[in-house]
Every structure is written in structure tokens, then in C-alpha cells.
Design a protein around this ligand. Structure first.
Ligand code: HDE
Length: 685
């Protein structure tokens, strides 16, 4: 027999060499016929004794495991973390000691509310979970792409999640918060208002998983070898820069490509364009915590980067897709309690609740306590303990000792090690047993206002439009008005814009705040997406719409200019076989007009032959291609042949500085324009 083979997904195959290619049953028996069940005669009944068919159907019946109760729709990829700045003075965690050292990791990005089969560009928080396989055990940083959370205490989590998920009687709406139940709960839970500012902003509709930040949310501790502790907040900063889509575009992307984000991640890694994020830390001490306007244990608050700068200590590179989605992305089990020596928890009540929830949920989802044996969850450092048996036990110790202390000497198995073993930071704890919320958690509006005033005008407009959209989907007026009464405590401009959008002229009374809001917190540029975009078009995608006879020189020049700049170019054509360019060469298409609407691209160029324009002007998908690109503030390049199409959709009279008439000499100029990603002046008008 050969050694059992282990693939990345964890399946072991015990197959003799000569049978490597032969299909077998799960028991290893070679299969002669996988097309027909065993029947009594060719038209007779199927026989119970058909163990091959029964085993196959039995296994199929059990293919599904419970989907995650939240974050069900996710996409996982492999990568590594490289430490660029060692921080032994702050933390004795092994991963933070040696500059240049790489630690393997697995990252899973997700939406929260939708089920596993929902669409990618829902308006939602994105999960941003990273499992570091460090030399001293797994560290799971289970964060989000938004630095604050809706609630302050874990006991409210089931209510929050029930409210946003499909209602129990009608089982809709799916993967969205635009409904009465959600806004009913939110408007009765003022602590959530700050986070709704973020979810109503474009942060909740990222253009790509590659273009969003990640946050650990809670305050954690870093503890050094002398047991000295600092507080820390973790940040992921995408090297690709921040970018989101606009709401009308998101709605259309979900129809055109429900897998938009996962396809984008897959394609980027597959083509060697590996996404990277810097890991940043905001470090502060007790003195800062005492002076800060808010409680550092309150997960509905952030610490502005202007107050505590983010120091970059390393880089994550995602460079490998999974071999098997189920084995890796579905079975990965993140647990907030997976921390390593040198990192510790704080008393954030949400974090403490999570530390209970994740282990519990994995046991249910993965069927027992041995989910840590699954390769994607197993540490990559040595692992020795006396935990044994249970469902699907794969690591079974040899020998007699399965308890400790024992007197079996060298055969006695693993021993404690006070030198390198985990010790909790010895924080002094005292108090009465009680169910109360600290007074220091009572301010619910100040940072919501700070977020709003930190945005550009374009982003503020999008926030107001998002509240208007969502509240317009609420059937009950009292819910809309109750939300308005909270927005009045955030900012008058926002409240007035939403009231106008909803069609109300009389404002309700403002909600009574538990604590008077601070209205003069300074704007923080780090909170805006548009102030933190990239300064290049690298990693973005140009939609190049061609017809037969399109100018070959121009087409080739566009392709080289954009690909040389690190961008992707997708060819859209009337037929998938492609187009014959002016020089007679064939150019294969990536999409047809129907399948490749402009919402899938960051900018578009229309290069038609002189006689194709009239025909396209009568083609509805071609009209939508242009009118959507225009409405979504995209940069558009064109030649004379596009004029009939522009006229058909009313763009001809509105040519602005985001629309460039292209020739061989200004292709580089078009790329330069596209570096702005969107022509927001058009959006405002
Ligand atoms: Fe989670 N969360 N969560 N959460 N969460 C889960 O664990 C929970 C919270 C986050 O890609 C579940 O494996 C409670 C904050 C991510 O597999 C579950 C509370 C943040 C993921 C759970 C929170 C998160 C989860 C469901 C309130 C950002 C996906 C399936 C106390 C800092 C991980 C699972 C992945 C998943 C519980 C709040 C992030 C049920 C009780 C705050 C990224 O255990």
C-alpha cells in the first residue's frame, strides 16, 4: 500500500498505485458501471442490494452542512502575512518578532445578512476574517469592513440578526436591510445609529473585496514579554485603494453577475494580480483611554486615526485560490477566542459574547469537537494535547498516557510550559454582579455626526439617498418617522435631505438622547472613501465595446496602454465569437452586449465602425450600456461613430469633461482621466 495521500482540502485516499485512476466506492471498491443502477431485468425494479448506488445517493443526501447563521455567503482565499516592523516592545506574539518572516493565512470575506446563495453586491457589512497559522498557534482576527458595530452587548445579537433576515412568516426580503423589521429594531436601538451611517454609505457596496478596508472593531490588548499591556485596534489598509459602486449600479450588477465580488477576486489572483493589505495598529495606553471622549470598550465607537495614528507593521498578500470551496471556504471555522500569547481580550461585552458564540456555532456547523482536525482549521505548528475521541477523530495519540500529570516520564506525552505558554494579562477585575450598561456607553450620535461631516458632498448625498431608499421600503410610517427623529440628532442637513426624499415637510420631534451629543468633533479624512481612493487605474477594468471594422490601431493602443498600467480590458462585442478589426484581424470577445453591461466595468470605451452606430442606436442593451455608464459617473471614451447611440440615449447634448473623444494621440490622456475612477461632478448634477 502507498502512504495515504492528503490533498489541500483534506480528503485522504488510500489507493493502490495501479488503481489511481479507477473510480471506487468510499470503501475503496473499484466501480465497473457508474451509469446504471442494478435492476432485475433491463426494465425491472431497482434492487435494494445495489450498495454502489445506495452509497452514492446516501453521500449526496448529506452533502450540505448548516450554512452560517450570519456571514453565510463568503469567499475564501489563501495568502501570507509578512512582518515589516517587529514590535517585541509591544507584544511577545511569535508572529510579531522577526521582520521579513512570512506567516501563512486564510482569509474569508462575506456578506452578513444574505443566505449562501444570495448575491454579492448587497448593501451590507462585509466580513473580513483572517486566520493566521502562526508558529505558536492559530490567531483568528475576525473583523469587518466597517470599524464599528450595531450593538454594544452580545445579548442583542440574535435580535439584530432576526430583524435584518427574512421575516419568519413570509421569508422575505432576502439579503437586504430595506424593510420594516430592520428599521423598526434600529430605530428602537439608538446605539446602532452610528453603524447605520456606515451601512448607508458606499462602504456597504464595495466595488471589489480587494478595494475595502478591514477592521478588528474591538479594542484588544498587546502584551509584551514583561507582561506590559497596551490597548490596540487592528486595521487592514488595501494597497489597491478604496473604491465602491453607486447604488443603482449595485442593483444592476446583482442581476448581471450575482458573483461579481468572488469572480473579481478569483480573476485577480488567477492572473497574478495579488491583492495586498497593510496591517496597521492603533496603540494606546490607559491614559489615552481615560481621556478619550468615548469608552474604548464600546464597539459602536472608533478612535479617529487623527487622534491615534495607524502604524503599519506588515502586509498580507492573497496569492492562492482554494482547491475546493467546500473543504476550505465552507469548513473554515473562525473563532474570536483563537488568540495567541502576546495578544489578549478586553472587557468589550460584545467581544466577550463572541468568544462564546464562535466555538459553539462551529460545533453545530461542523458536527463535533474535532473540527480543528480539518486541514483548513488545523494549526501548522506542532499540536499536542490529551483531547481525544468524539466524532471524526483524525489525530489519535499513540501510547498509554492520556491524562496529566502522569509519571510515565518520556512516554508521558505533552507537558505544560510556563516559558512559552499562554498567560492571560492580569487585569484587576472587581464589581457587583449586575445587568447594567455603563454610563460611558450612552453617547449614540456624536460619532455618527463626525462620520457624516467627514464625507465629501458626493458621499453625503449617497448616504441621504440610501436612507431615503431604505426607509421608502418601510411600509409603516411610524418607523420612517422614528428613524428621522434619530437623524435629526446626527445632522440637520442629513435629516432634512432624507425628509425631503421621503416627501415629509413636517419634521417629527428629535429623539431624546441618553447623553447630549458632542457637535464639534473634527472631521476625519480617513473616514471617507473618496479621500482615500487610489491614484491609478491598476486593478480596475475597462469595458472596450467594439464592432466589426473598429479601428485596429486604436483598439490595440487602448489595450496595451491599459494593460501596461496594470488594468484589465474586457472586449464587448455583438457576438461572442468576436469582431473583425479594420486590419482584418479577429479580436475575440469576452462578453456580448447582453451579458456585459457597463455596470461590470470601471470605465468604458466605444470603438465602432462608421456604419455600426445607427444599428446600435436601436439596440436596447447598447443604449443601456451608454446610459448606465453616464448615470454612474463613469469615464467614457468614444469616436464619431458613437454619435447616433449618444443621441438615442440623450447623452449627445450633455458631453462633459468625463467623456473623451478618442484618437490615437490621447489614449494615455484617457487612462489618466480614468485614474479618477469616476467623474463625480456629473453625479452631483
Ligand atoms: Fe460574528 N458571528 N458575531 N461578528 N462574524 C459569526 O460564526 C457573533 C460580530 C464576523 O468568514 C458566526 O462561524 C455574535 C462582530 C465575521 O466564517 C457566529 C456577535 C464582527 C464572521 C457569530 C457577532 C463579526 C462572523 C456565524 C455579537 C466584526 C464570518 C458563523 C456579539 C468584528 C466568519 C460563524 C467566516 C460569523 C456570532 C458580532 C464578524 C454565529 C454573537 C462585531 C467576519 O458565531
Amino acid at each position: 500500500m502507498t502512504e495515504p495521500k492528503m490533498d489541500k482540502g483534506g480528503a485522504t485516499h488510500q489507493q493502490a498505485d495501479q488503481r489511481d485512476e479507477t473510480m471506487t466506492t468510499a470503501q475503496g471498491g473499484p466501480i465497473a458501471d457508474d451509469q446504471n443502477s442494478l435492476t432485475a431485468g433491463s426494465r425491472g425494479p431497482v434492487l435494494m442490494e445495489d450498495h454502489i448506488m445506495r452509497e452514492k445517493i446516501f453521500h449526496f443526501d448529506h452533502e450540505r452542512i448548516p450554512e452560517r447563521v450570519v456571514h453565510a455567503r463568503g469567499y475564501g482565499v489563501h495568502g501570507h502575512f509578512e512582518l515589516t516592523k517587529a514590535i517585541p516592545e509591544l507584544s511577545c506574539a511569535d508572529i510579531f518578532q522577526r521582520e521579513g518572516e512570512k506567516t501563512p493565512l486564510f482569509a474569508r470575506f462575506s456578506t452578513v445578512a444574505g443566505s449562501k446563495g444570495s448575491f454579492d453586491v448587497a448593501r451590507d457589512v462585509r466580513g473580513f476574517a483572517v486566520k493566521f497559522y502562526t508558529g505558536e498557534g492559530n490567531w483568528d482576527l475576525v473583523g469587518n469592513n466597517i470599524p464599528v458595530f450595531f450593538i454594544q452587548d452580545a445579548i442583542k445579537f440574535p435580535d439584530l440578526v432576526h430583524s435584518v433576515k427574512p421575516a419568519p412568516d413570509r421569508n422575505f426580503p432576502q439579503a437586504q436591510s430595506a424593510h420594516d423589521n430592520f428599521w423598526d429594531f434600529i430605530s428602537l436601538t439608538p446605539e446602532s445609529i452610528h453603524t447605520t451611517l456606515w451601512t448607508m454609505s458606499d462602504r456597504a457596496i464595495p466595488r471589489s473585496l480587494r478595494f475595502m478596508e478591514g477592521f478588528g472593531v474591538h479594542t484588544f490588548r498587546l502584551v509584551n514579554a514583561d507582561d506590559k499591556s497596551h490597548f490596540v485596534k487592528f486595521h487592514w489598509k488595501p494597497k489597491q485603494g478604496l473604491q465602491s459602486v453607486v447604488w443603482n449600479e449595485a442593483l444592476k450588477i446583482n442581476g448581471a453577475d450575482p458573483d461579481f465580488h468572488r469572480r473579481d477576486m478569483w480573476a485577480a489572483i488567477d492572473s497574478g494580480d495579488y491583492p495586498q493589505w497593510d496591517l496597521g495598529i492603533q496603540v494606546f495606553d490607559d491614559d489615552f483611554a481615560d481621556e478619550f471622549e468615548f469608552d474604548i470598550l464600546d464597539p459602536t465607537k472608533l478612535i479617529p486615526e487623527e487622534q491615534v495614528p495607524v502604524q503599519i507593521i506588515g502586509t498580507m498578500t492573497l496569492d492562492n485560490t482554494v482547491d475546493n470551496f467546500f473543504a476550505e471556504t465552507e469548513q473554515v471555522a473562525f473563532c474570536t477566542q483563537n488568540i495567541v500569547r502576546g495578544i489578549d481580550f478586553t472587557n468589550d461585552p460584545l467581544l466577550q459574547g463572541r468568544n462564546f458564540s464562535y466555538l459553539d456555532t462551529q460545533t453545530k456547523r461542523l458536527g463535533g469537537p474535532n473540527f480543528t482536525h480539518i486541514p483548513i482549521n488545523a494549526p501548522k505548528c506542532p499540536m499536542n494535547h490529551f483531547q481525544q475521541d468524539g466524532h471524526m477523530a483524525m489525530h489519535n495519540p499513540k501510547g498509554r498516557a492520556n491524562y496529566e500529570p502522569n509519571s510515565w516520564g518520556d512516554d508521558g506525552g505533552p507537558r505544560e510550559n510556563p516559558e512559552i505558554g499562554f498567560t492571560s494579562y492580569s487585569e484587576r477585575v472587581q464589581g457587583d454582579k449586575q445587568r447594567t450598561r455603563s454610563e460611558t456607553f450612552a453617547d449614540h450620535y456624536s460619532q455618527a455626526r463626525q462620520f457624516y461631516v467627514s464625507q465629501t458632498k458626493t458621499e453625503q448625498n449617497h448616504i441621504a439617498a440610501a436612507y431615503t431608499f431604505e426607509l421608502s421600503k418601510c411600509e409603516h410610517e411610524h418607523i420612517r418617522l422614528r428613524m428621522l427623529s434619530h437623524l435629526m440628532n446626527v445632522h440637520d442637513d442629513l435629516a432634512n435631505a432624507v425628509a425631503k426624499g421621503l416627501g415629509y415637510t413636517d419634521m417629527p420631534d428629535a429623539a431624546k438622547p441618553a447623553r447630549k451629543p458632542i457637535t464639534d468633533l473634527p472631521a476625519s479624512d480617513a473616514l471617507s472613501i473618496l479621500k482615500n481612493g487610489p491614484d491609478s487605474f491598476a486593478g480596475r477594468k475597462l469595458g472596450l465595446f467594439l464592432t466589426d471594422g473598429a479601428d485596429a490601431n486604436l483598439v490595440n493602443k487602448i489595450e496595451t496602454t491599459f494593460t501596461d498600467a496594470g488594468a484589465k480590458v474586457a472586449i464587448i462585442a455583438p457576438h461572442i465569437a468576436g469582431v473583425k478589426l479594420s486590419d482584418g484581424t479577429m479580436k475575440a470577445a469576452d462578453e456580448t452586449i447582453d451579458g456585459g453591461p457597463s455596470v461590470l466595468f470601471d470605465a468604458v470605451a466605444l470603438i465602432f465602425s462608421a456604419n455600426a452606430g445607427e444599428e446600435l442606436a436601436r439596440n436596447k442593451p447598447a443604449q443601456d450600456f451608454v446610459s448606465d455608464a453616464f448615470a454612474h459617473a463613469k469615464f467614457i471614451a468614444w469616436t464619431d461613430a458613437s454619435t447616433p447611440l449618444f443621441e438615442a440615449v440623450g447623452v449627445a447634448g450633455k458631453l462633459d469633461d468625463g467623456i473623451l473623444k478618442l484618437n490615437n494621440d490621447n489614449v494615455a490622456g484617457f487612462l489618466k482621466m480614468c485614474e479618477g475612477l469616476r467623474y463625480w461632478a456629473r453625479d452631483a448634477s
